[in-house]
Design a protein around this ligand. Structure first.
Ligand SMILES: [Mg+2]
Length: 249
């Protein structure tokens, strides 16, 4: 870890401020990691906590996740906040319009077929075929981790300038290098009510490092769940409860 990363993410979570724009990852940040991505449990109070926090920030609260926008909406229901899905490949802007990355940035269809064939023998792995990326989760079958890694790295070796393999928590994902959470933060910060605010990105995983970096470049900060919240989404939720609309203003 270099010292820049320490500066971004080694700090204790500061007191909430009302001039922030909040960018929140979901898995491992707002909700606890489960055995598989489909098995997560969303706390009943999360929606009301996010509504109050969003109101206190004049709406400058966005979800930034590797999940698709459709799944984000299921997990956050009934909320439909500004959100970046698939690490920023699909972004719902504050006005509700949806921006999509260029279709050339999607992983080749042929790679999806190769993963599909290989996965027939990877019992217990969960493969997500998203419009722009492929993720393979092996939390329930850790022995297949090296096989997943080998195949993903072999595919990316065919076009390493454009694509990369990400190592997440008990998962690998292959995606285009131009699609990342930092680019999503940069895009959302161009739009009211985010523009002019101090960006604060909260995340737990390697894909969140891009979000930390851009939030810091734009004068804000990154908060790592492991280092700033003891690794506990419940602590992130408790911290979010301190964001309350300011009655005095
Ligand atoms: Mg996460």
């Amino acid at each position: 870890m270099d010292c820049m990363e320490m500066k971004q993410s080694g700090i204790r979570a500061p007191e909430p401020r009302l001039d922030w724009a909040l960018f929140l990852d979901i898995d491992g940040t707002l909700i606890e990691i489960a055995e598989s991505p489909n098995a997560v449990k969303v706390p009943e109070t999360l929606a009301s906590t996010l509504v109050a926090a969003g109101q206190s920030l004049d709406g400058a609260l966005a979800i930034v996740s590797g999940r698709t926008l459709d799944v984000i909406d299921i997990l956050m229901a009934p909320l439909k906040p500004p959100a970046a899905g698939e690490h920023g490949a699909v972004i719902r802007l504050p006005d509700g319009s949806v921006w999509n990355a260029a279709s050339e940035l999607a992983v080749p269809a042929e790679w999806k077929q190769r993963v599909c064939r290989a996965a027939e023998t990877w019992n217990g792995t969960v493969i997500e075929y998203k419009p722009y990326s492929i993720a393979a989760h092996f939390r329930q079958a850790p022995s297949y981790g090296p096989d997943v890694q080998r195949l993903f790295e072999a595919m990316v070796a065919e076009n390493p300038n454009d694509f990369e393999v990400l190592r997440a928590s008990m998962a690998f994902e292959v995606r285009h290098r131009d699609i990342n959470k930092g680019a999503a933060v940069r895009e959302l910060m161009k739009h009211a009510p985010f523009s002019g605010r101090v960006p604060v990105f909260v995340g737990d995983d390697v894909t969140d490092e891009d979000g930390f970096r851009v939030a810091t470049e734009l004068g804000g900060l990154g908060l790592h769940v492991g280092r700033s919240f003891g690794g506990k989404p419940s602590e992130v939720r408790r911290w979010l409860e301190a964001f309350r609309p300011n009655d005095a203003s």
